[in-house]
Write a protein that binds this ligand. Structure first.
Ligand code: HEM
Length: 219
């Protein structure tokens, strides 16, 4: 794991070195923007820029792949919904949003409380470590009716926190939503699809599939 983690650092460093060679506009290129950013009069520490680029590679790879698998498992098991979306492509973005609520790959992220507070009756002291369990919040029965059911066009779907909230909410959300919409549109247009075996679950922190044996059925 350490070796492969090191390889990701190398890939990130290559991306940075390419930018340092010139020809990239910080307005268009995130890595270049990080290199050019100034804080307290100086550049960001090189290690921080490297860590950010590496983090973007990891987040861009893992969550989307497990989540796409989750959507395909659901649609293989609910052929009526699959058919509905094939006929009504305009409903695909709403379906993606409900999938994000139902099958969020992030079980949790960590925070440290900055001050004493009370959340849901639970006292939290400054300095306490907190796990934000997005998957549980997205199925909170006090917020979502029939929380374990897929409901297309839920009236309060925007209450889901699949991409987090606030300062650290997911900067990749627009890209991820576009990726999922296009993936589903392309797959639905191709043919009907179904599982040919049991999906395998990833053993990563992200919740979801790491392989989904699928058959595209020629109509
Ligand atoms: C299924 C797809 C994805 C989901 C569900 C997801 C969800 C999340 C969540 C819940 C957070 C934490 C927010 C918080 O701490 O409050 C996060 C952070 C982040 N995501 Fe995503 N994400 C996805 C895809 C992506 C993609 C495609 C990228 C980039 C290419 C990305 C980049 C990031 C980064 C850099 C952060 C850290 C932000 C920060 O700490 O300020 N994510 N994401």
């Amino acid at each position: 794991m350490k070796r492969l983690s090191g390889r990701l650092y190398e890939i990130a460093q290559d991306i940075i070195d390419e930018r340092l060679g010139g020809g990239y506009d910080p307005e268009d290129d995130l890595t270049m923007a990080l290199i050019e950013a100034r804080h307290d009069g100086g550049p960001l520490p090189a290690g921080m820029v490297l860590g950010c680029v590496r983090q973007l590679i990891v987040t861009g790879m893992v969550a989307p792949s497990v989540f796409i698998g989750n959507m395909f498992v659901h649609l293989s098991r609910d052929r009526a919904l699959q058919e509905h979306l094939r006929r009504r492509r305009e409903d695909v973005p709403a379906a993606v949003e409900e999938f994000l609520r139902l099958y969020n790959p992030y079980r949790g992220m960590a925070r440290t409380a900055r001050r004493d507070t009370v959340v849901g009756g639970q006292e939290i002291e400054a300095g306490d470590p907190i796990a934000l369990v997005y998957t549980a919040a997205n199925r909170d029965p006090r917020v979502f009716d029939d929380p374990d059911e897929f409901v297309l066009h839920r009236p309060n779907i925007t209450d889901h926190i699949g991409f987090g909230r606030g300062t650290h909410s997911c900067p990749g959300a627009p890209l991820a939503r576009m990726m999922f919409r296009i993936t589903l549109e392309e797959a639905l247009a191709r043919s009907e699809f179904d599982l040919t075996g049991d999906p395998g679950m990833a053993k990563w922190a992200e919740w979801g599939t790491n392989h989904v044996p699928l058959e595209f059925i020629t109509l």
